[in-house]
Structure formats: structure tokens, C-alpha cells
Design a binder for this molecule. Structure first.
Ligand code: DSN
Length: 413
């Protein structure tokens, strides 16, 4: 019995969500649309199998084909990122980061990571997280010009002697000099970690610097620019293999989600194709077009612009807060997320900024010309945040526009 017959409530919600995805413009930089093959693997019978352990060393019988699937995912990820060891079992980005800390830093040890409002992530040690009670996180910030402050990182590393120096961000739009961080870490005897969740797809395509050959450990999600299923992964040097694998299982997780791992394997195969490189290049070109549109229209871009897929911008010069802009854009059929800007004087629930990105619209085939139109609509919607009639008219235009970029044709639940 299919979903529609058995559970109309879920079926209707899924169909409405599908319509929302098809009719709107998805500009949240951490979201994307997976391929039909990835979607099929997620719904496959691999979900039925328990496989605690690792390929060839499981605590359950009947894992032969599951081993084939997980080993393919591991081997493909190793090749894609030039990694010595890969663990594909982390359930998502936050569990991957937690496992990385468990593997490499004793409780009470010191971790030097980026402040949340300057582009870091909650799991990089924000005081509201439990992990901030387990490890001693010290946060660095960007320079007043909005760039990574390598000199300050060096100074703080010398002062605090961290066990681990962490780079890689959720709201930062510039390139990272991993070699420079490695030099600083070596000087103070720290290990190095990069959280490449946002930019993994750009790195896989060779469109951004790759930390994996340089750093001790790299964590990622698989569902952002990498365009795979919702999940996580850890890549590390051989000497950390045992500690990482033990931290993931049995340290923190139970049975791996092998349907998701099958989908990861497929996504890694897709990311190795020449067309994925073109996709990654287009993501960056599209972000650059939005950068110039918003510059021309008087927004304040954080970090001076973008080298990757995302933009963080202060919308208050246009008379709206981040929350008001997010709600107005939603009404106009454009999805973004409100976001703190560096040292934001406002609150996280109603910050000064919004964060936007191009991976999802680029997957739909939108290019430079379409970005100009999207940027214009976004500006109009933010300026008219109190005008529901205007927002509804933009929504109708967006709907007509997106029908030219079909998504999951013939899919229904
Ligand atoms: N929630 C993700 C993002 O949107 O960047 C990071 O965890």
C-alpha cells in the first residue's frame, strides 16, 4: 500500500511540500535538491538492515551487501577528497563534529574555533551547547574588515595552547588558507580540524581549497553543496583512523543508516563527474552576480562579498530586520534564513542579517541572467516587507518563473 492510500495526512503534507519546493526559490545556502537516484537509495530496502560495526567487522549477520555499499561510499569519498581514511556513518554534521572532538581532544581540553556571529557554528563551542561544558572552547573573530584574522588566531594559539584549532564555517563567504593554519597549529603543538560542511561540493569539484590532505581531521555534511542525502562524514589522517572509528561507533552512535550511506555513495559518484565541476563553477558565478546586485542596491555585504556559494548581508539599511526580511521573502516565494551578522547588536531571533546562497537554484539550472532577476525580486520584497499585496504579486511572478525550471517531474506521494 502506498503513502497516499495508507496515510492521506502525510501524503497531503508531502505533496504540499513538493509544491512549495517546485514553486519557490530556495535560497538557503545549506539546502539543495538531490538527484532521483539519491532519492531512490534513501527509500531503499537498505533501511531495513542493522549493521553495527564497520565493513568486514560487524556485530550482525547478513551484512555482505551492506558491506559492499558502505565500502563503495568510503572508497569514493577517499578518492573525491584525497583522504587517507573516511568514516561515512555520522548521522549529520553536529554528530560528526562531536565525534571528531571525542576522537582527538580529552574532556576539558581546549579547542580554538570561530565565534558563531562571525560565521562559526553552534557545534564550534557556543555556550548554549552541551559540548561547551565538556571542552574549553575559545573563540576567535574576523577582522573589522571581515576577513579571517590569522594573526589573531596565531596570538590566541600561543596564549591558550589549544589541543585543536578549528576552521570551516556556516556563515563565512571567503576562502580559507589551511596551510597557514597548519603552520600555526604545528608551532603550538595543536591538531587541525576543518568543518567543510558548507563547501564540500565546491572542494570536491576543485573549486575551493581542499583541507583534507593538510589537516588532521575534516568533518562535513553530505547534503549541502555536495548535493547528497542528509548526513555526515569524517575524513582524517591514517593515524587518527582508530580513534575516529571508535568515537563514532561504539562511542556515540549505534546502527548506521545504510540507506543513507547508499545514497551518499551515489552522491559521491555524481560529484566525481565532469558536469559536477561545471555545477560548482556555476554556483560561484551565480553568487558573484548576487553580490553585485546587492552591492548596487545598497545592502551591506559581510566579509566584503563572496568567494563561495553564500552571502551574509545586513538588511537593516533597507528598513527591515532579518526576521522581517525572512518573513517577507517567504511570502514572496523566496526562502532564506535570518542570520546574525558579526557582533550583531540585535538578537538571534530577530537579527540584522539574512544568509542566502545559490546551490539549490543552480541545481535547477538557473544561471547569471536568472540571478539578476532573483536579486531584484529579493530587494523589492525586503523593501516592501509590510506590503502583502506587493509580496503576493512577486510570489505569482516567482511561481511562473520557476515553472521554467522543472523539479522532480511526475513525482507525487
Ligand atoms: N544548519 C546548517 C546551516 O544551515 O548552515 C548548519 O548546521
Amino acid at each position: 500500500m502506498n503513502i497516499a492510500e495508507f496515510d492521506p495526512d502525510i501524503s497531503h503534507a508531502l505533496n504540499r511540500e513538493l509544491t512549495r519546493q517546485q514553486n519557490g526559490l530556495e535560497m538557503i545556502p545549506s539546502e539543495n535538491f538531490v538527484s532521483p537516484a539519491v532519492l531512490e537509495a534513501l527509500g531503499s530496502i537498505a533501511t531495513n538492515k542493522y549493521a553495527e560495526g564497520y565493513p568486514g567487522k560487524r556485530y550482525y549477520g547478513g551484512c555482505h551487501e551492506i558491506d559492499v555499499i558502505e565500502q563503495l561510499a568510503i572508497d569514493r569519498a577517499k578518492a573525491l577528497f584525497d583522504a587517507e581514511h573516511v568514516n561515512v556513518q555520522p548521522l549529520s554534521g553536529a554528530p560528526a563534529n562531536l565525534a571528531a572532538y571525542v576522537a582527538l581532544v580529552p574532556p576539558g581540553g581546549t579547542i580554538l574555533g570561530m565565534d558563531l556571529s562571525h560565521g562559526g557554528h553552534l557545534t564550534h563551542g557556543h555556550p548554549v551547547t552541551h559540548i561547551a561544558k565538556v571542552w574549553n572552547f575559545i573563540n576567535y573573530k574576523t577582522t573589522p574588515e571581515g576577513l579571517i584574522d590569522y594573526e589573531e588566531i596565531e596570538r590566541m594559539a600561543r596564549e591558550h595552547k589549544p589541543n585543536l584549532i578549528l576552521v570551516g564555517y556556516s556563515g563565512y563567504s571567503r576562502e580559507i588558507d589551511y596551510a597557514r593554519i597548519k603552520t600555526i597549529a604545528d608551532e603550538v603543538g595543536a591538531l587541525t580540524m576543518a568543518d567543510m560542511a558548507h563547501i564540500a561540493g565546491l572542494i570536491a569539484a576543485g573549486e575551493m581549497n581542499n583541507p583534507v590532505p593538510i589537516f588532521d581531521i575534516v568533518t562535513t555534511t553530505t547534503h549541502k553543496t555536495l548535493r547528497g542525502p542528509r548526513g555526515g562524514m569524517i575524513l582524517c589522517k591514517k593515524e587518527h583512523r582508530k580513534a575516529v572509528d571508535k568515537a563514532v561507533f561504539p562511542g556515540l552512535q549505534g546502527g548506521p543508516h545504510e540507506n543513507v550511506i547508499a545514497a551518499k555513495a551515489i552522491a559521491f559518484k555524481e560529484a566525481a563527474l565532469p558536469e559536477f565541476k561545471l555545477y560548482a563553477q556555476q554556483i560561484k558565478k551565480n553568487a558573484k552576480v548576487l553580490e553585485s546586485v546587492f552591492n548596487e542596491r545598497g545592502y551591506k555585504l559581510m566579509f566584503g562579498g563572496t568567494d563561495n556559494h553564500l552571502l551574509l548581508m545586513d538588511v537593516t539599511p533597507k528598513g527591515a530586520t532579518g526576521q522581517q526580511a525572512e518573513i517577507a521573502l517567504d511570502k514572496a516565494g523566496i526562502t532564506v534564513n535570518k542570520n546574525m551578522i558579526p557582533d550583531d547588536p540585535r538578537s538571534p531571533m530577530d537579527p540584522s542579517g539574512i544568509r542566502l546562497g545559490t546551490p539549490a537554484v543552480t541545481t535547477r539550472g538557473m544561471k547569471e541572467e536568472e540571478m539578476k532577476q532573483i536579486g531584484a525580486w529579493m530587494d523589492e520584497a525586503i523593501v516592501a516587507w509590510q506590503d502583502d499585496t506587493k509580496l503576493e504579486s512577486i510570489r505569482q511572478e516567482v511561481k511562473a518563473f520557476t515553472s521554467n525550471f522543472p523539479l522532480y517531474q511526475n513525482l507525487t506521494y
